[in-house]
Design a protein. Structure first.
Length: 125
């Protein structure tokens, strides 16, 4: 997979999430995709992750990714960003994150998410 193709997958993923287009996200995940988070150490399958993303898009208002730094890697891409919006209580949400993705055949096979877990408290109702 070329660097341009990996970056296209990244662009599609991080455009679909703020739109709440979870079907587009589902299409970007390989059937056996693994999604891991540093804040809980849990590896999810795609359906489980899509349930989390559904909560995110329903509960973080004005969701957007800013300060994006993205680069292709030999196996996919890395993206650093700050997720911003307003949480369920109206509090501002600002979570710095780094996403490391493996991409094969135009689909994400593994996504490792590293985020500032101290900032997750803004998501409380």
């Amino acid at each position: 997979m070329s660097a341009a193709e990996s970056l296209e997958v990244a662009e599609k993923l991080f455009a679909a999430i703020p739109r709440g287009d979870l079907e587009a996200v589902r299409a970007l995940y390989a059937p056996d995709a693994a999604i891991w988070h540093n804040h809980d150490g849990v590896t999810q399958d795609a359906p489980s992750n899509l349930r989390v993303l559904d909560w995110v898009v329903r509960n973080i208002h004005e969701l957007r990714y800013e300060e994006i730094r993205r680069q292709a890697t030999p196996t996919g891409f890395v993206q650093q960003h700050v997720l911003r919006g307003r949480g369920p209580s109206g509090k501002p949400v600002e979570i710095a994150a780094c996403i490391v993705c493996a991409v094969s055949g135009g689909r994400i096979t593994r996504l490792d998410e590293y985020l500032d877990s101290a900032r997750l408290s803004a998501l409380a109702p």
